[in-house]
Design a protein around this ligand. Structure first.
Ligand SMILES: Cc1ncc(COP(=O)(O)O)c(C=O)c1O
Length: 340
């Protein structure tokens, strides 16, 4: 197999061109068989609804190298279900779950040399996406759709390994009440670009969004869900209709309950309660688990474990167990890991 020349241990979180992507077309009521292609561009009509009205939804999942050299996908069925939930929300035809998983497997198999070695902290990120295209003018659903998957090897999302990140509470909102916050659609992220870029310019790693209706409860970060750990070792995570239902978060809650004897609860979390957490973290496919060192809110810096400088023991335990599961070193609940 031709070498990639990548320095895996120092790989950042960005785009690297791989060998092939997957494309399937939907027209007149059905998806075609789909093909793998070396093309890295798509040509679509200038009237495409994806370009004008954001009729686009996407997913993100990772393939990891196991100790024996095999390759594992983490819960792709959950990404298929969430993609279809997003698709229903913006009137895009659904992709059958089997077709989704099969396409992911094809992409990983054909790009095997881009799957980083075991335990380098890097992985192969898959980006499945669905969008409306074709000649169109008005704000209505497209007549034609594409389902594509491309992939890229990635290093850690937040630089510096398992090191606390620092957040500010945003004065702007990510998602409207009863809006589209729970869908993984392009428009939600376009709306967050300026807000997150301002937080970064101000020296923070990301911002934390509050619920838009009352601005009193924690919603989530721009690209990850939030969790806090109480002094009596309980994992608390926000319940909100406008956050993206994170697959990592659901997995972390199950890991905490099943393997670590840490009870988890999902409930509204008032921002005024943050000082009750001894540890806090962000979780998502890209960030895995990132300890939160501090949250800046209304002029005060609220710090967590080790005065915001250290990784707390529960966060470390969650991280260690999740990453061990993802590369096949730890038992996983039935059906989580899919061998490529
Ligand atoms: C807004 C937002 N919240 C949460 C997450 C985490 O979700 P998951 O764990 O399924 O990657 C993501 C990433 O996909 C996200 O974009």
């Amino acid at each position: 197999m031709k070498k990639t020349g990548i320095d895996w241990k120092n790989l950042g979180y960005g785009y690297t061109q791989t060998d092939v992507s997957y494309i399937s077309y939907w027209k007149e009521g059905g998806w075609d068989e789909g093909v793998l292609t070396p093309e890295t561009t798509v040509t679509i009509s200038i009237g495409s609804t994806a370009l004008h009205y954001g009729q686009e939804c996407f997913e993100g999942l990772k393939a990891q190298r196991a100790k024996d050299g095999g390759i594992l996908l983490f819960r792709p069925d959950q990404n298929a279900k969430r993609l279809n939930n997003s698709a229903r929300g913006i009137l895009i035809p659904e992709v059958p779950e089997e077709m989704f998983i099969n396409a992911c497997l094809q992409v990983v198999k054909a790009n095997q040399r881009w799957v980083p070695p075991y335990r380098t902290g890097a992985s192969l990120y898959l980006r499945p996406f669905l969008f409306g295209h074709g000649d169109n003018l008005g704000a209505k659903p497209a007549d034609e759709y594409m389902f594509c998957i491309y992939c890229s090897p990635v290093g850690p999302y937040f630089k510096g390994g398992l090191k606390p990140i620092h957040l500010c509470v945003s004065n702007d909102d990510r998602a409207a009440p009863r809006g589209t916050g729970a869908l993984k659609i392009g428009g939600n992220y376009a709306g967050g670009l300026r807000i997150r870029s301002e937080a970064k310019k101000a020296g923070f790693d990301d911002c934390l969004f509050l619920d838009a209706q009352t601005r009193t409860y924690i919603d989530e970060l721009g690209g990850a869900n939030f969790f806090g750990i109480t002094a009596n070792r309980r994992l608390v995570t926000p319940q909100s209709p406008s956050i993206l239902p994170s697959i990592t978060r659901r997995s972390v809650m199950e890991i905490a309950d099943t393997y670590l004897d840490i009870p988890s609860e999902e409930r509204p979390v008032p921002i005024t309660e943050i000082d009750e957490f001894v540890e806090a973290g962000a979780c998502g496919t890209a960030s895995i688990i990132a300890p939160i060192g501090s949250i800046f809110y209304e002029g005060t810096r609220h710090t967590f474990y080790g005065n915001g400088q250290d990784v707390g023991p529960v966060t470390q335990q969650l991280y260690d167990t999740l990453t061990a599961i993802q590369c096949g070193d730890h038992d996983a609940p039935e059906g989580w890991m899919v061998e490529v």
